[in-house]
Design a binder for this molecule. Sequence first.
Ligand SMILES: [Zn+2]
Ligand SMILES: [Zn+2]
Length: 207
Amino acid sequence: MFFDLHVHTTISSCSQLKIDDILEHAKNRGLDGVCITDHQTMEIRRHLKEGVQDSGLCVLFGMEYSTQDGDFLLFGPFEDIRSDLDSEQMFEAVAHLGGASVAAHPFRNKRPVKEQVIRQGFCQVVEGFNGRNTDAENLRVESWRQKYVFAESGGSDAHTLEELGRVKTGFAMPVRSRADLVFALRNGLCYPSLSVVSCPLPIATDN
Ligand SMILES: [Zn+2]
Ligand SMILES: [Zn+2]
């Protein structure tokens, strides 16, 4: 099963990607599911019913959380997380609640993830391929692969419809609910996958 694990809707002020467009186009991009990861909010739950939609597309809710040590995709049995936590408090909260965290665009020049977070094992999954990173930024994850053990995901980080599904996460188990997703991430049953759609990768931008 393939999910785009990192997607921003217009709930994020930086994104132009409409919820309706995600629902309409995701399956054509080869996606079985989409995770909505707006910045610092799970507001999406007020706009959409979570889970498998009538079309068969599975839409799950998480958030992208910004800290001084980098940005993290958070998924778990929670409907929000206080937005003023530092990274240690955030990891503690996610672990306490039984969630999973993904180190987003780890080597992006403007918003990198601090290596100590990976060294200390706070984050189960690293976004090994991010659709808004440059190739060079994505390739630098290799230096961590040689030093640490972690699972990897892929996400487009879409802020426009063109970007949706350009990078995916493959799951080695069926994922039909947020609980499935958290289980798969915590147990490393995931891998990054580049889309076969032949659009050039977007130029990296902020966020
Ligand atoms: Zn993002
Ligand atoms: Zn953004």
